[in-house]
Structures are given as C-alpha cells and as structure tokens.
Design a protein around this ligand. Structure first.
Ligand SMILES: NC(=O)c1ccc[n+]([C@@H]2O[C@H](COP(=O)([O-])OP(=O)(O)OC[C@H]3O[C@@H](n4cnc5c(N)ncnc54)[C@H](O)[C@@H]3O)[C@@H](O)[C@H]2O)c1
Length: 256
C-alpha cells in the first residue's frame, strides 16, 4: 500500500540544472522510482555528463539545453516535453547559483544575475510547467529554496541569494494556494550547506567552515542525495496532502 505511493512508473519529470550535484541526484532518485527524466541544463558538458550517468544506470532520460532566465525558452522546453511525452507530471526548479558581495558594495549586475537565475528562473519554470499540469488537472512541482530563505548566512555576505530564496519560498506558497483545487501541488525544499560545486570554496575556507559547523547542530554538511530524497517524497503521491510546504533539510541549523 505505502510502497506504491512512491512509484513514479510512467511519469515524466523535468529537473532544471539537472546535470550535476543536487539536480542530478534528484533526477537519479526520480528515475530509480520509475520516472522518465528530462534534465534541463545550461552547461552542455555538464548536461551530457549527467545524461550519461543516468543512461549508464539504464534510466530513460534526455537532455534539453536550457537557460532558466530565458522565459520563452523555458516555455518552449515545457511545450516540447509535453509534445513528446504527452504529459509532464513533476517539475523540479533546481537551477541556481551563489555569488557573494557586501551589500553596500554590490554591483547592480551581480544583484540582477542572482535574482534572475534564482528567483525569476524558478517562476518561469513554475509557470511554464504548471500550466500544462493545470491543463491535465494533476502534477507536482518542487522548488529548491534554501535555509538562506529563512535565516541570513554567516559569515558570507549574499543579500541577493538570501532574498531570492525567501522569494522562492513565498512563490511556492502563493502558487500552491492558487493551484490547490486544480490538482497541482507546489512545495519547496530548504537545504543546509550541501557538498557541491556551490559550497566548495566556502568549505575550503577554515574560518567559514568552522563557523558553519558551529552553527549546525548535526555538525556536518549534507549530501545531494539527502536533498534528492526530500524532493522524491514531495514529488510523489506519498505527499498527496502536502502543498505550500517548505521542507527544511538543514541538519538542525534553524533550530537555534
Ligand atoms: N549546495 C548547497 O549548499 C545548497 C544549499 C541550499 C540550496 N542550494 C540550492 O540547490 C540548487 C542546486 O545547487 P547545487 O549545490 O547542486 O549547485 P551546482 O552549482 O552544483 O549545480 C547547479 C546546476 O544548475 C545549473 N545552472 C546554473 N545556472 C543555470 C541556468 N541559468 N539555467 C539552467 N541551469 C543552470 C548549473 O550548470 C549546474 O549544473 C540551487 O538552487 C542552490 O541554490 C544549494
């Protein structure tokens, strides 16, 4: 009874930024439970490597080169997926970047770049894939937010990143409310520091790493698979009653 709630056989899932780390691990998790997966990735080489890793496991997967800041391209990607498979059941808005600058010195370009990818890109993805799901009367969207949308990080200065992630959380609740009666669930996952390309430089800085670990009750970073497992739950029928939720997977960071 409960096992089948996680069965994604016959479903089609799209993961933005799905070529590596959290995105790729999520694609792997969804594929392991039966979904066909489309990775929508800006970097062709990263995308090809991610696709090869999925196919090496025997999973049905394909790659779309996509920049999530290009609204028309995101819509075209959603239309192409539905045109090919006749459906889209799961969309994971995962693509994101992290940059840093003290707020008072932050150049316009850096502010706009982070907001464009981490907030506008998430909205474009929700809108484009959500529209098809609403037409079908069913679907599940999972946005990758961050604990940075709940707290502001220390010691790194990243007002744009934190503001974008808070926006992702509230976008999630807003669309969840709009679409709840029409069969489409919208949720988010808010990770702590995860060992990926994004945190490599910070984790290698002894002062930063010491602060991060002192502020983390579990005293460790997370792995991409630990976020993928949260996405899997929210994407699946096991979470049929869950919408507008931000699942905080933060090793306890926000309890203090
Ligand atoms: N690593 C962490 O500690 C952490 C913590 C909280 C939240 N997150 C969030 O998780 C998500 C994934 O992060 P990650 O750590 O796996 O990072 P990562 O840099 O390893 O992967 C991000 C992927 O997104 C792709 N991408 C970047 N810009 C894109 C664009 N415009 N269009 C399409 N694809 C694009 C990259 O090419 C890359 O494959 C991000 O949204 C990030 O903000 C990460």
């Amino acid at each position: 009874m409960f096992k089948q709630l996680f069965d994604l056989s016959g479903r089609v899932a799209v993961v933005t930024g799905g070529g590596r780390n959290i995105g790729l691990s999520t694609a792997m998790a969804l594929a392991e439970f039966g979904a066909k997966v489309v990775i929508a990735e800006i970097d062709p080489q990263v995308g090809e490597e991610g696709l090869a890793a999925l196919q090496a496991k025997g999973y049905e997967a394909e790659l779309h080169q996509l920049d999530v800041t290009n609204s028309k391209a995101v819509t075209a990607c959603a239309d192409a997926v539905v045109s090919k498979y006749g459906r889209v059941d799961i969309a994971v808005a995962n693509a994101g970047i992290a940059l840093g600058s003290p707020g008072e010195l932050m150049p316009d370009e850096q502010w706009h770049k982070v907001i464009d990818i981490n907030l506008h890109g998430v909205f474009y993805t929700n809108r484009a894939f959500g529209k098809h799901m609403l037409d079908a009367g069913k679907g599940s969207i999972v946005n990758i937010g961050s604990m940075s949308g709940i707290i502001s990080n220390k010691p790194q200065e990243q007002v744009h990143y934190n503001a974008a992630k808070a926006g992702v959380h509230h976008l999630t609740k807003s669309l969840a409310g709009e679409w709840a009666k029409r069969g489409v669930r919208v949720n988010a996952v808010a990770p702590t520091y995860i060992e990926t390309a994004m945190t490599k430089t910070g984790a290698a800085n002894p002062d930063w790493f010491k602060t991060w670990m002192e502020m983390t009750p579990m005293g460790r970073m997370g792995q991409p698979s630990e976020i993928a497992a949260c996405v899997l739950f929210l994407a699946s029928d096991a979470a049929s009653l869950v919408t507008g939720h931000v699942l905080v997977a933060d090793a306890g960071y926000t309890v203090w």
